[in-house]
Design a protein around this ligand. Structure first.
Ligand SMILES: C[S@@+](CC[C@H](N)C(=O)[O-])C[C@H]1O[C@@H](n2cnc3c(N)ncnc32)[C@H](O)[C@@H]1O
Length: 250
């Protein structure tokens, strides 16, 4: 097992979370207005979506409540980083072209942050919220991961992370927003066991279970070894599905 497989979560995020797929950005881009002045990334974490926003907008603001996440890796100097809860963020009314919640809305007071985001939207601005579902693996690796999910991790999974559409339903339910596009996007990714294990070490409920054992590193190491014992070869194909909702103001 690579020594870095059990990095602390912020480091593991930078090392193992792969950029969001072009197919997802294509949907977001399709609904963007012609104006590309300001984008806000709420729950920006280590900046996975922030970096993609930099290529699209003159100004990007990354907001996250956890300094360890935003400080893990420097963002481009053009990004304004605000360490604060999304619920407390303020922007000038009608000034923001795109508000993004990349795998983050489920941790927030959704009603409050979506309502605030609506107020910030420039005419024709949009909100885009997405979240990856648990990846679908193949063969024995899939069986072992699913069994661990069922018997250990699931008790530690936030209820909002169960099912496939919490994010979409939260956006749809907001009275100030009108959903213009909602879908699942599935992409197939070539990966290997190390990358899969690294990814799993970033997942909230895997970590919550691992910490409950009193020895996160020991648990993750032993689990990786179980996976390695059943993993045929080192490379594998994984299907990753994202739930996505894009909305504009009513
Ligand atoms: C699953 S991570 C996603 C990070 C990043 N958007 C990405 O796509 O990789 C969720 C992030 O939301 C942040 N977060 C959770 N609740 C928050 C809140 N109420 N306000 C701001 N950030 C929050 C966490 O600190 C974490 O960095």
């Amino acid at each position: 097992m690579p020594a870095h497989a059990v990095d602390p979560v912020p480091r593991a995020y930078v090392r193992w979370r792969t950029p969001y797929p072009a197919a997802l950005w294509a949907r977001v881009d399709a609904w963007r207005s012609g104006r590309a002045e300001l984008a806000v990334d709420l729950g920006a974490g280590t900046g996975l979506a922030t970096r993609d926003l930099c290529a699209r907008f003159a100004q990007v603001v990354a907001v996250d409540g956890d300094p360890a996440m935003v400080e893990e890796q420097p963002l481009p100097s053009s990004v304004e980083v605000r360490v604060q809860r999304a619920e407390e963020a303020h922007f000038v009314r009608e000034s923001v072209d795109l508000v993004v919640f990349a795998n983050a809305l489920h941790w927030m007071d959704a009603d409050a942050v979506l309502g605030n985001a609506r107020g910030w939207l420039a005419p024709d601005g949009v909100v885009a919220a997405w979240r990856p579902l648990v990846p679908e693996l193949q063969g024995r690796v899939q069986e072992v991961v699913q069994e661990e999910l069922r018997t250990r991790w699931d008790r530690f999974r936030h209820p909002r992370l169960r099912g496939r559409d919490w994010t979409r339903r939260a956006v749809e339910a907001h009275e100030a927003l009108e959903v213009v596009d909602e879908r699942e996007i599935t992409v197939e990714v070539d990966t290997d066991l190390d990358r899969l294990c690294g990814f799993l070490s970033t997942v909230s409920f895997v970590n919550a279970y691992a910490r409950s054992t009193g020895d996160r590193e020991g648990y993750l190491t032993a689990f990786w070894e179980r996976l390695r014992a059943v993993g045929e070869g080192t490379s594998m194909r994984v299907a990753v599905t994202y739930e996505l909702a894009i909305a504009r103001g009513r």
